[in-house]
Design a protein. Structure first.
Length: 255
């Protein structure tokens, strides 16, 4: 007999369970391969598992599109904050703004470099400092910086903050669905294994090819080993012929 192997993808698991349920439902009442309790459990589980798989796929599709947009928003916020700080530094170098006023922005008066903006946390931190600092300086009578103006910086910073919250929520939701799916996969494997064991036990007395055909109807997946002879109706006839001429030997369907 070829060996069986549990499915390793969601679609393959769904295929195996659907075939088992459909075959059991259409079987004659005298042929109860899968007990009613197990069949009911499989039906309930299949609906939950299928819905979660669909939800996971939908989340993945939406996250691909959302991530592309989000990266663009992050890039814009970083660029505007960086440009504003560069213009501020140039104004200090030219003497248009006193270097001590850089303290309002949380910047070192003696350094003219742009702080680290490589992470979203740094963008959140420095965006707030720059916006608050510019407002404080103008409240003290300072002239506004242009190209970019602080209002323009604030627009992109606020857009970033809003999408950052949405992105964090979406990531949490995706992780939750993924956790649910991982749990359901383990349950699916256990349920499929139970069903396959029941099916093979029910048809254990059939000849190998006939047994394999019956089990495959219930979703059992078989694989041939390298060099292994493939089962067929002819191979069953050969085994039956040997049994007929040697009736005293105990035969197994695994032959």
């Amino acid at each position: 007999m070829p060996y069986r192997r549990l499915p390793n993808t969601d679609l393959a698991r769904l295929y195996a369970l659907q075939h088992a349920v459909e075959c059991a439902q259409s079987a004659d009442y005298t042929e109860q391969v899968i007990p009613y309790k197990v069949l009911s459990e499989a039906q309930r589980f299949l609906a939950s598992y299928e819905n979660t798989v669909i939800q996971s796929k939908d989340n993945y599709k939406s996250s691909v599109s959302a991530n592309k947009q989000y990266r663009h928003i992050v890039q814009n916020a970083r660029m505007y904050i960086s440009h504003f700080i560069q213009v501020l530094n140039l104004a200090v170098i030219r003497g248009e703004i006193k270097k001590e006023q850089k303290l309002l922005y949380g910047l070192d008066p003696h350094q003219h470099v742009v702080p680290d903006l490589s992470t979203e946390e740094y963008i959140l931190e420095w965006g707030k400092k720059i916006i608050d600092g510019e407002q404080k300086r103008m409240a003290n009578g300072g002239f506004p910086i242009y190209n970019p103006a602080i209002n323009k910086v604030k627009v992109h910073y606020d857009i970033f903050c809003e999408h950052q919250r949405q992105h964090a929520f979406h990531m949490q939701n995706t992780e939750r669905v993924q956790g649910d799916l991982d749990s359901l996969r383990a349950q699916a494997d256990a349920l499929i294994l139970t069903i396959w064991n029941l099916v093979e036990e029910y048809y254990k007395d059939l000849l190998p090819y006939a047994k394999m055909m019956k089990c495959q109807m219930y979703g059992v997946i078989y694989y041939y080993r390298k060099g292994e002879r493939k089962l067929s109706a002819e191979s069953d006839r050969e085994i039956q012929h040997i049994r007929d001429i040697q009736p005293t030997i105990q035969w197994s369907a695994e032959e």
